[in-house]
Design a protein around this ligand. Structure first.
Ligand SMILES: [Zn+2]
Length: 292
């Protein structure tokens, strides 16, 4: 499936990604509405990864301009008190947004956004908390297709129809699952097996491992280092890598150079795209957004 991804992602300031074909929004940082304008109307499902302000301050205006009966549906990690506070404030501040649906979700929960596509939440350790608490999630967008079992593939169409009638649909088909898109949210490099086979992986790479990194990190929440991301991706099968959430302390050329040398070091030959600090990118998967 072709995916048109528009996004903005700069650590500390704002992160959001809009996947046009799926009406899907991942995170809702500041500037979402100014960037998408009328296109924001296409968003039906919004998934927030965690309550850091750079991932949710676009919500008020997004809601104010798009709320209608039953939509948009906003999903957020269940134990984020500040998102719940934002929901209550939003309902008071703009009473007409009462059509918006706010749904808390937890680790491993699946949400069907289309008959054949679900989004699954996957807990990460960006925010340190006990196993039963959900404060920071990544997401996997999975397409499920019904495939005829191999033993029936040789049958002519009429025979297939008869066979289904006799054994039942559930015994005639198997389900093929494809990860159309995986999104790390803010996260350290961890559990890359969960992204295995993804058509597109959007991963954060806040730090590039430059000299400036020795400066103090503003808060305790955990992030990724570019080189570790590239190494981890080189060990699994991913078709396209999108890197974002870079710290604005780096210049564009520093980031590009670090990506190039990291790809070389770990023999990474898949297409690698990046969302540079301070810039909205209209089609992230387009070649012009790439390093390779
Ligand atoms: Zn962030």
């Amino acid at each position: 499936m072709q995916l048109t991804i528009t996004g903005y992602s700069t650590a500390l300031f704002s992160t959001w990604y809009f996947i046009e074909e799926l009406g899907l929004l991942l995170d809702c940082g500041d500037g979402l509405m100014a960037g998408l304008l009328q296109k924001s109307r296409k968003i039906t499902h919004a998934f927030l990864t965690h309550p850091d302000r750079d991932h949710l301050t676009g919500l008020l205006q997004f809601n104010q301009l798009n709320a209608r009966a039953g939509f948009p549906i906003i999903y957020y990690p269940k134990d984020c008190g500040s998102i719940r506070a934002l929901e209550l404030f939003s309902k008071q501040f703009d009473p007409h947004v009462s059509g918006t649906v706010w749904n808390p979700i937890i680790d491993r929960e699946k949400v069907w956004i289309r008959k054949d596509i679900y989004v699954q939440a996957i807990k990460n350790s960006h925010v340190t908390c006990t196993p039963d608490v959900n404060k920071s999630l990544g997401y996997k967008v999975v397409q499920v297709r019904q495939k005829l079992k191999p033993e029936y593939l040789h049958l002519p169409p009429l025979e297939i129809k008869k066979m289904i009638e006799s054994v039942g649909k559930e015994n005639a088909y198997w389900e093929q699952e494809t990860i159309l898109l995986a999104y790390s949210g803010d996260s350290p490099v961890e559990n890359f097996d969960q992204w295995e086979g993804a058509k597109v992986l959007i991963h954060e790479a806040t730090f590039i491992g430059a000299d400036q990194d020795t400066a103090s990190i503003p808060h305790a929440n955990r992030h990724s280092i570019l080189e570790q991301v590239l190494e981890a991706v080189s060990k699994i099968r991913v078709e396209n890598l999108v890197l974002g959430h870079f710290s604005s302390r780096y210049s564009d050329s520093q980031i590009d150079e670090a990506i190039r040398s990291g790809c070389q070091k770990f023999g990474l030959t898949i297409p690698v795209r990046r969302v540079l600090p301070g810039r909205m990118v209209k089609n992230v998967l387009d070649e012009s957004c790439g390093i390779q």
